[in-house]
Ligand binder design. Structure first.
Ligand code: PLP
Length: 376
């Protein structure tokens, strides 16, 4: 068999960072790839695939309905578009021209993140509520005018101190008939997040398929109310209109469906234990080095329930230099400026890869042994 990847000079990384898009997100499982392979070789009714897959994902995740999109960013775009169109096909087709439509999306100031550009791409206008320090209920109530298409809420531990609780936001929005979109793209595990946000009353909840779910990298999904998912089916790609440029393929649809099924069958305690053992092993390795001061953190960057390892880097080494040395060995780790640390997530590591990371960390440590330590 021809090895295209080597021919093109494409070499693998060890991903000790997280489910980072830039490194390929996550690894798909065998049965996911098999189903994608099978559908890739056939013609079929793509809308039929979307409906079948949506019904299965909805049943698996305890939701009314589901729709597969092109990434969580594509999901944000479509969710925004259906809120603005509000059931009107002609209005949808006119987007991103929003003349005469509700086109404001309320976003809590602390939750204003880079992916919300997808909403603007459909013609939506982001309207920030509150400031970096706080947002009060009356700030939000005041912003809920009749030009508001939806409230967009992103749960994230870092944003929490200046956010309002989601159930309060939903209650306030629904009182004014405003739908609530939750961007939970990276927020798994806990697995229950697949249904708790919708059970709290959110109208559409968005997840990325290419992160912890281990689906195709350019897949995502909207879970939620039948009314809105029906509009996604009516207006979303392959139909013509603004979201045609972010279509999901039949391979992505079936792939994400199998990935969600795998995720529901995953033994979460075992998976946690696996990550926990790897985290401890990385900790132990770094403890025996001179430049590392490691500690364990019990959650992912958004607040997900898996452990990670941080290690403060002592001078003359710096987190950036250590990360660079690792990258030269084709190992990716994160860095945290405020902690002056490297950040390692066991999520995408096999045992063998973790062992490679441990020996690379110690090798880098030894390279500093001849250099006298910098006086603090
Ligand atoms: C990763 C992420 C996205 C984008 O997900 P894709 O599936 O890569 O499009 C959107 N929102 C948040 C909060 C994310 O973390």
């Amino acid at each position: 068999m021809q090895d295209y990847l080597s021919e093109l000079g494409i070499k693998p990384f060890i991903n000790a960072h997280d489910t980072i898009t830039l490194y390929g997100g996550s690894r798909m499982q065998k049965n996911t790839l098999q189903a994608m392979h099978q559908i890739a070789g056939m013609f079929t009714d793509v809308m039929g695939v979307q409906r079948a897959v949506g019904a299965r994902i909805a049943a698996l995740t305890n939701n009314e309905a589901a729709y597969v999109t092109n990434g969580a960013a594509g999901a944000l775009q479509l969710a925004a578009a259906v809120c603005m169109a509000d059931g009107q096909a002609a209005a949808y087709k006119r987007l991103p021209d929003t003349h005469g439509m509700k086109d404001r999306f309320l976003v809590l100031y602390s939750q204003n993140h880079c992916y919300l550009k997808a909403i603007e791409s459909a013609g939506g206008k982001i309207h920030l509520v509150g400031d970096t320090d706080e947002v009060l209920a009356f700030d939000l109530a005041d912003a809920m005018t009749d030009t508001v298409a939806a409230v967009v809420y992103t749960p994230h531990i870092r944003y929490d101190p200046a956010s309002l609780p989601l159930p309060d936001v939903i209650a306030m929005a629904h009182e004014k008939n405003i739908p609530v979109i939750v961007d939970a793209a990276a927020y798994l595990p806990p697995r229950e997040n697949l249904w708790t946000f919708t059970q709290n009353g959110a109208d559409m909840v968005i997840f990325s398929g290419g992160k912890t779910l281990r689906g195709p990298q350019a897949s995502g999904m909207i879970l939620g109310r039948k009314k809105w998912i029906e509009d996604c089916l009516r207006f979303g790609a392959p139909m013509h209109g603004i979201c045609r440029s972010s279509k999901a393929t039949k391979e992505a649809m079936i792939g994400l469906c199998v990935a969600v099924e795998n995720y529901m069958n995953l033994n979460m305690e075992e998976e946690y234990e696996r990550c926990s053992l790897l985290a401890d092993r990385l900790m132990e390795a770094m403890k025996s080095g001179r430049i590392y001061r490691p500690w364990r953190v019990e959650h992912g960057s958004v607040g997900q329930s898996y452990p990670r390892v941080f290690a403060r880097i002592l001078p003359p080494a710096t987190p950036e230099k250590v990360a660079e040395s690792l990258l030269r060995r084709r190992i990716c780790v994160g860095t945290s400026k405020p902690d002056n640390a490297i950040v390692i997530s066991p999520l995408g590591l096999t045992e063998e890869e973790a062992a490679t990371v441990c020996s690379a960390l110690l090798e880098i440590d030894r390279s500093y042994h001849d250099i006298p330590p910098v006086q603090p």
